[in-house]
Design a protein around this ligand. Structure first.
Ligand SMILES: *Cc1c(COP(=O)(O)O)cnc(C)c1O
Length: 435
């Protein structure tokens, strides 16, 4: 399979190049030349398959021609060491729980898959030059990427995070690992961290000396595997006699998750409609409603992993629909929620249905509740475990949420991080010194 750039100014590239480089030379995002279609008869048999089998089916359709199929099967198995159960919340609303992985958020799936695929290509090519993954984080991405890439040979991960602005629970998930993971505590904001990473990718001198890559959802191997759990969710609904054509609601920030859902639908998964749930950072909802896209700086909200003012995967969505606004708006609706609304939803759903949402899932639940028509089945993605946002969730519910053992284990580790000023010259000198 060849991949083209959404900017159409870069040459086609093979999977290996796409995964190693992340971004095309013209700064566009890579897209597969063709989206494989699964036969209706295959969709009908999903309910008889395990998560591994379903994921393997999807993975082989995209990547099977570019690597040994049995190696790919192993990567899929190794990635999915946990389940993504569908849990009923109300008569018609189901939660797809994506927080049963090592860092308790959905990004574990993409991060683990990408780490293994990149590791494979490095071994296969006999690249003796280290590949360096740079990732800026306000919390969730850093922990998923650091844990996903931990111990993969040939790859070094640098996690840049803003000093004092990441919760202690989140910080310990990427600062206590050691091995090939280096945490850089930047004296600045999340935007400063992001600027340093962007400046590094744009620096010719640095790129000549080091192989740099991103583990953001711009990378095909990070976002596409997220299609696995849409198929698995459908299989679970089908087993419960509830498949039909569900409406699927995705709490969105950079829109990697929603894009993976669109891919699943193009592959033949019968999804009726998508809802993009936003917090106050609603440039996408605004685009759906007005046809005008106005990126702007993000504002801080309770659902902070969705505080994105210029979603990177917007380019992929436009490309999938040939920039046709009405086609996009026909398939996807958008809703936005303020912090007060997020808190109300979280509290009400806990009191009424005894289901504990996290602030991101709360946007997803509420958008479904607001849009679902009588007789329809709705599925929202619960993207993180509520205990990851303990201070917020406890304050809203007035109770103490228990911290899962997996999280507690991180909190017992020793923090190791390197303090760094936010100047690019310092960051560059640091990276040079690391070689
Ligand atoms: C990253 C993240 C999101 C947003 O996902 P995108 O793919 O960037 O749209 C939502 N919820 C949580 C908990 C996240 O960590």
């Amino acid at each position: 399979m060849y991949y083209y750039s959404t900017n159409k100014q870069a040459p086609l590239a093979g999977l290996e190049e796409v995964v190693i480089k992340s971004l095309a030379g013209d700064k566009g995002l890579y897209m597969p030349e063709r989206i494989p279609l699964l036969d209706e008869s295959v969709i009908r048999t999903l309910k008889d398959k395990s998560f591994h089998e379903i994921a393997d089916l999807v993975a082989q359709a995209f990547f099977g021609m570019d690597m040994e199929p049995d190696v790919l099967t192993e990567i899929v198995k190794d990635t999915l060491s946990f389940e993504t159960p569908v849990v009923q919340v109300t008569d018609s609303i189901y939660s797809l729980e994506l927080f049963h992985g090592p860092t308790l958020a959905f990004k574990d799936v993409g991060a683990r898959f990408m780490a293994r695929m990149l590791g494979y290509f490095i071994r296969k090519k006999g690249i003796n030059r280290q590949v360096n993954v740079l990732v800026a984080t306000s919390g969730d991405t850093g922990s998923a990427v650091a844990n996903g890439f931990l111990g993969i040979s040939g790859i070094r991960v640098y996690v840049l995070y803003p000093k004092g602005k990441v919760s202690p629970i989140q910080e310990c998930q990427f600062t206590t690992l050691g091995q090939n993971i280096t945490a850089l505590e930047i004296d600045g904001t999340f935007d400063d961290c992001q600027s340093l990473v962007k400046a590094a990718f744009a620096d010719d001198d640095l790129n000549r000396h080091m192989q740099l890559t991103s583990a953001n959802s711009i990378n095909v191997a990070r976002f596409l595997p997220q299609a696995f759990y849409y198929f698995n969710a459908y299989a679970q609904l089908d087993r419960a006699g509830k498949a039909g054509r569900p409406t699927v609601c995705v709490p969105s920030g950079n829109f990697g998750n929603l894009t993976a859902g669109l891919f699943a639908q193009r592959m033949g998964l019968p999804i009726r409609h998508f809802i993009a749930a936003n917090n106050r950072n609603d440039v996408f909802s605004e685009y759906l409603n007005t046809g005008i896209y106005t990126p702007r700086p993000s504002v801080a909200t309770l659902a902070n992993a969705m505080d994105v003012g210029n979603p990177s995967n917007f380019a992929r969505i436009l490309d999938m629909f040939d920039h046709n606004h009405s086609a996009i708006a026909q398939l996807i609706s958008g809703n936005r929620y303020t912090d007060e609304q997020i808190a109300d939803t979280l509290r009400n759903v806990y009191r009424t249905f005894h289901y504990m949402l996290d602030p991101h899932g709360a946007c997803g639940y509420q958008a479904l509740a607001d849009r679902l028509q009588p007789g329809e089945t709705g599925l929202f993605l619960e993207t993180a475990h509520p205990a990851k946002f303990k201070e917020t969730v406890d304050r809203i519910t007035g109770e103490q949420i228990e911290i899962p053992l997996k999280l507690k284990a991180f909190m017992q580790g020793r923090k190791q991080s390197i303090p760094l000023e936010k100047s690019f010259d310092r960051f560059k000198a640091f990276l040079h010194g690391e070689k």
